[in-house]
Design a binder for this molecule. Structure first.
Ligand code: NDP
Length: 268
């Protein structure tokens, strides 16, 4: 059988665990595949994507900061990608470029292992592609409220327009009445720190970082734990969103439990 080609495109990309995860899924499903990393270029992103598919690529994951551009490039998009306004999964079918967003379902599936969203007051930090991807799936889990807190007020008001049911505030004005704080910023990759008002942790909300590190807690997880909060990193979400992409491309849902244990070994 012909080797199937997949890849992830983003910038930065070197940290990505997606190749290891998809190789592992491929072994599980008996599908021979290659999965590369493509460093996304600010000006050439669209042609990089089209080139990948022209050269026989089967499926492409998209990561920061290109998820909104990925959706704009696609000719067809699933409802959840349209609702998110951002895409992390692309594929070509009958010469049509399709887009989906698996971040939201990935987050909700992993979060459910630790926290029941129904009736709770949720904060999302950041207003980028990942934040957009998780809002609708979270709404479906029927929280009491969703507040987006971001430092970029233009992005914040664009979010408010796109999702009228949520509240958007400036990061420095975030209050303290919350049960769950989700860090959907890319602060981990940037030099400037995430300036989260410490009052927001006073009531000990559960903290979940969409960012992840393999064998140590992320800066946000450490920070939250220092304030006595229970906190988790986003490795489980990464595996869940990857599994959903794998399912879209190959029609097989791989086992996620085994890979969680195997990830450290695979990456050492
Ligand atoms: P984007 O680049 O689209 O958005 C990043 C957001 O973070 C922007 O709103 C940006 O604000 C904000 N931000 C960055 N640095 C800071 C800071 N120091 N203080 C406050 N806000 C900041 O990235 P994505 O939304 O695609 O990804 C966000 C994070 O989520 C990444 O760390 C990514 O790895 C993670 N992620 C994890 C997944 C998983 O499966 N675990 C899946 C998807 C994403 P501004 O516009 O002002 O710069």
């Amino acid at each position: 059988m012909m080797m199937l080609r997949f890849a992830v495109i983003g910038n930065p990309i070197k940290h990505s665990l997606s190749p290891k995860i998809h190789q592992y899924f491929g072994q599980y499903a008996g599908i021979e595949l290659s999965y590369d990393m493509i460093e996304g270029d600010e000006t050439a992103f669209e042609s990089q994507v089209l080139q990948f598919f022209t050269h026989g690529g089967r499926g492409l994951n998209v990561t920061l900061p290109f998820k909104q551009r990925a959706l704009a490039l696609a000719q067809k998009a699933t409802p959840r990608a349209q609702l998110a306004g951002a895409a992390n999964t692309l594929w070509m079918k009958d010469n049509v470029l399709w887009a989906d967003n698996t971040d939201g379902v990935g987050l909700v599936r992993d979060l459910a292992r630790f926290f029941k969203v129904q009736g709770q007051r949720i904060v999302i930090l950041g207003a980028g592609g990942a934040a957009r991807g998780i809002i609708h799936p979270l709404i479906e889990a029927r929280p009491a409220s969703i507040t987006v807190a971001a430092r970029n007020l233009e992005k914040c008001s664009a979010m408010q327009q796109a999702f009228p049911g949520i509240v958007c505030v400036a990061l420095e004005q975030l209050g303290c009445d919350y049960d769950l704080i989700l860090n959907a910023t890319s602060a981990q990759f940037k030099k400037d720190p995430l300036l989260l008002p410490t009052d927001s942790l006073i009531q000990k909300p559960f903290c979940y970082d969409l960012s992840y590190k393999l064998n140590e807690p992320t800066a946000f997880v450490r920070f939250a734990r220092e304030f006595g909060c229970e906190a988790k990193g986003g490795l489980g979400m990464l595996v869940e969103q990857a599994a959903e992409s794998f399912y879209i491309w190959n029609g097989v849902m791989p086992s996620r439990e085994q890979i969680m244990g195997a990830l450290s070994r695979l990456s050492s």
